[in-house]
Design a protein around this ligand. Structure first.
Ligand code: FAD
Ligand code: FES
Length: 342
């Protein structure tokens, strides 16, 4: 266990401002933002000032953006409870500390056709991901929200990137009228009724009305690795991944998935897609997973659980998986979509 990694790192607030109806952007100056700061990883932020212990527990936030050159970390958050309320009142010049970057990041493929699906604030970790992948991949992003105001900030920020952006809002005030999943199906050319047991729009609306991050999910994640590379390769890969916090895409698995896609004879004809990323409300993740399973499209999902330590000790973030329990803070928050049971 790397003790160094667990030492809280100091940070100074450069900016903390409201950027949407419910969204805040906090920019933190810190030390040494290096190659370990990869998309999908998170920081565990101490919101209380050094004089107080209230709130006692740190709060986890995904890396929204990083500026390696100037050592600036950006977090995007919405106020959902006491901790984030306190956070929203902090001003520039105040000092905080955090643990991180923690957890496992997204795979970072090259030369792929990628679809990223984000719902509400869950879209936050996708920004850094898309920024890092945009140069070497073809990316379509589907942004889902209840109202236009939910997606405006993301539309503006993702608009800086060389990616294709599609928007879905429940009230139709921006883009497609419906859910991000409805738009995903349209994008893929999937018949709305061809995939069974998906949540109806009505179910999604009622769930999305509480679209702020809720803790009602019971993710069951399983990560398997069918690939059997030689031992040396394995060890080296494991070492590299541990160091960078990123997971390498499993090539053999990709080939199997690609074959499944071909056998399905559908996506290939309608829309070629190599990889999916998704974050957002659980009902959306579950529907995205069903489509991904149905067509054999490999992908990754960012999960959330309430966290205590954030470093794998307290087990408060444990999820049931087909392989036994997994800690969202340690084995996650990024899991293979195919292995998660939502
Ligand atoms: C890996 C990870 C990355 C995250 N990234 C972001 C991010 O980029 N932006 C962002 O706004 N939020 C993010 N969250 C959620 C964020 O940590 C919580 O919203 C925050 O901790 C709530 O603190 P609070 O004191 O304001 O709320 P509390 O008063 O503690 O809780 C208020 C409400 O929020 C729910 N909640 C609290 N913590 C979580 C959690 N961890 N997951 C789901 N629901 C929770 C509670 O169940 C309750 O309904 C992330 C969570 C995880 C686990
Ligand atoms: S938060 Fe303590 S083990 Fe994950």
């Amino acid at each position: 266990m790397n003790i160094e990694k667990k030492k809280p790192k100091p940070a100074e607030i450069l900016e903390n401002k409201k950027v949407g109806t419910d969204y805040y952007l906090m920019k933190l100056k810190t030390d040494n933002i290096d190659e370990k700061w990869t998309p999908g990883r998170f920081v565990h932020l101490k919101i209380s000032t050094p004089q107080t212990y209230d709130p006692l527990l740190r709060r986890p936030f995904s890396l929204f953006d990083i500026d390696r050159k100037n050592n600036i970390l950006s977090l995007l958050y919405c106020v959902v409870g006491r901790g984030t309320k306190i956070m929203s009142r902090l001003v520039s010049g105040e000092k905080l500390d955090f643990l991180g970057p923690l957890g496992q990041g997204f795979s970072l493929p090259e030369g792929k056709t990628i679809l990223a699906v984000g719902g509400g604030m869950g879209t936050a970790p996708l920004f850094l991901l898309c920024r890092e992948l945009a140069f070497q991949n073809s990316i379509t992003l589907i942004l889902g929200g209840n109202l236009c105001t939910d997606v405006e900030f993301f539309k503006h920020r993702f608009g800086e990137l060389d990616i294709d952006i599609k928007i879905a809002t429940m009230d139709g005030s921006c883009g497609y009228k419906g859910t991000a999943v409805d738009l995903m199906k349209k994008h893929l050319g999937v018949n709305k009724d061809s995939i069974s047991k998906e949540p109806t729009s009505e179910q999604t609306i009622s769930k999305n009305l509480n679209n702020k991050r809720t803790n009602d999910k019971k993710p069951n994640n399983k990560r398997t690795n069918n690939k059997q590379p030689n031992k040396k390769e394995s060890n080296q890969k494991e070492k590299n991944n541990k160091e960078s916090g990123s997971k390498e895409p499993n090539r053999e698995e990709s080939i199997i998935q690609e074959k499944k896609v071909k056998d399905a004879g559908f996506i290939e004809q309608k829309k070629k897609l190599d990889f999916l990323y998704t974050c957002g409300p659980e009902i959306m993740l579950s529907a995205v997973k069903k489509i991904s399973d149905h067509f054999g499209i490999p992908g990754e999902v960012s999960l959330e659980e309430r966290m205590g330590c954030g470093i794998g000790i307290c087990l408060s973030c444990v999820c049931d998986t087909q392989n036994g329990n997994q800690r969202v803070c340690k084995e996650g928050p990024i899991f293979r979509l195919q292995e998660v049971i939502l």
